[in-house]
Design a protein. Structure first.
Length: 154
């Protein structure tokens, strides 16, 4: 990807143009060594993002908006494989936001004013998709039917 300073400039341009930003704590540590993910998340909100989500592996996820911050725990899961967990979380995040009609330019204000309970529910849904994926071999996210009918593999 190049040097962190070069990549950071481009990332921050994209952050300023984005409503929803999802990043892992590990990626932030590479971009901003020694700085906490919550601090960077708040700065990205100041740059223009409406929702910043930071995944923290088995420690769950953090999200910030201009109206507050929430943290959720990761569901307990017997980890088989972590390949695809970040992508699964992102897919779950976007699906959960869409399910609550919080995606798209015409819904930007609704996302901006979403209450912390709604954001926490979105994060829990996304974390559940990632946990399901970690509970199986390969990048094999669950179907909606599996998410609805079955608990996270333990």
């Amino acid at each position: 990807m190049g040097e962190p300073a070069t990549v950071l400039r481009r990332v921050e341009e994209l952050v300023a143009a984005s409503d929803v930003v999802k990043v892992s704590r590990e990626d932030l540590a590479w971009l901003h060594p020694g700085r906490g993910h919550e601090r960077v998340g708040r700065e990205w909100l100041d740059r223009g993002a409406v929702l910043v989500v930071v995944t923290c592996g088995d420690r769950g996820a953090w999200a910030g908006t201009r109206h507050g911050e929430v943290r959720v725990d990761a569901p307990p899961v017997r980890v088989v494989d972590t390949v695809g967990a970040g992508d699964a979380f992102t897919a779950g995040l976007l699906a959960a936001l869409a399910q609550r009609d919080l995606l798209g330019v015409v819904r930007r204000a609704a996302l901006d004013t979403a209450d912390p309970a709604t954001i926490a529910a979105v994060l829990r849904d996304a974390a559940r998709v990632a946990a399901w994926t970690c509970g199986r071999k390969g990048a094999d996210p669950p179907t909606r039917a599996q998410l609805t009918a079955l608990p996270v593999p333990a």
